[in-house]
Design a protein around this ligand. Structure first.
Ligand code: GDP
Ligand code: MG
Length: 244
């Protein structure tokens, strides 16, 4: 509990046995629930998650967006926060972000990594790709954002009734921000965070994912993306993962 609010953290994981252990060991005490989405991992991710006290659910459809579409509706807290399973996003920052959220009367906060305090935390070409995508985001959606690709969001669980991101892959990250920005009932804002070097291997294919994310920004703007039910309406069929 933090300020009388139950806090859930959702972590999408594809083969993150090393990073996930670190993330779970550094989870702040006020976090009430951790949902780990094991996205078809072939390593020890599920076991590390269970041993670390997380509720592990399994998602067979591969992709960052698929992992979140299973994980977000499974969270039960008043506040849902997201971090990667690689130690890059600081879970300790959640309290400060909730403070800012209450002070600024926001519903959905995206944690911005820019300006980067530690330039080594992100490879140069990823920094460049992020710049291009964020400029495209600003121009197409006419909203100034500092970081269109951040994977750390802190929001009221009730937001899930108003947003319906459906992308299966990495573009889910920009899509959820667009949804939150455009939902009339929600107030969107950004808060700066520290970003750290990754533990374990990246799951990002820089050129492919960068290109797909750029394409998605255009297609979504042109209304060429099918939109389905709000996330809260998704029935989660995911079974708790059985550790062999
Ligand atoms: N790229 C990718 N990431 C996934 C997938 N399923 C879960 N993830 C997790 O999503 C997070 C983001 O991936 P990451 O490699 O850290 O990308 P980056 O943060 O953009 O460098 C990590 O915690 C991954 O383990 C998937 O199918 N593809
Ligand atoms: Mg990451």
């Amino acid at each position: 509990m933090y300020r009388n609010l139950r806090v859930s953290v959702v972590i999408p994981c594809f083969n993150e046995e090393h990073g996930l252990r670190y993330v779970l060991e550094h989870m702040p005490a006020y976090v009430d629930e951790v949902v780990v989405v094991d996205n078809n991992s072939t390593d020890e991710t599920a076991r590390i998650g269970t041993e670390g006290g997380a509720h592990v659910i399994f998602e067979a459809r591969k992709g960052y967006g698929c992992a979140y579409q299973a994980g977000l509706p499974a969270a039960t807290g008043d506040i849902i926060a997201t971090v990667d399973g690689d130690g890059t996003y600081p879970a300790q920052a959640i309290a400060g972000i909730i403070d800012a959220m209450l002070a600024r009367k926001l519903d959905f906060v995206s944690a911005s990594r820019f300006p980067l305090r530690n330039p080594l935390a992100m490879r140069r070409r990823n920094q460049l790709g992020n710049k291009v995508l964020t400029y495209a985001f600003r121009l197409l959606y006419l909203r100034w954002v500092a970081d269109s690709q951040s994977g750390m969001w802190v929001f009221r669980r009730s937001c899930l009734q108003h947003i319906r991101p459906t992308h299966p892959g990495m573009a889910f990250s920009e899509e959820i921000k667009i949804e939150a920005l455009q939902a009339r009932a929600l107030r969107f804002g950004e808060v700066h965070i520290d970003y750290h070097e990754r533990i374990g291997e990246t799951k990002l294919f820089t050129w492919r994912d960068g290109w797909l994310n750029l394409l998605f920004l255009f297609e979504r703007r042109l209304g060429r993306v099918a939109r389905f039910a709000p996330l809260s309406a998704l029935a989660v069929e995911a079974e708790p993962h059985k550790v062999p």
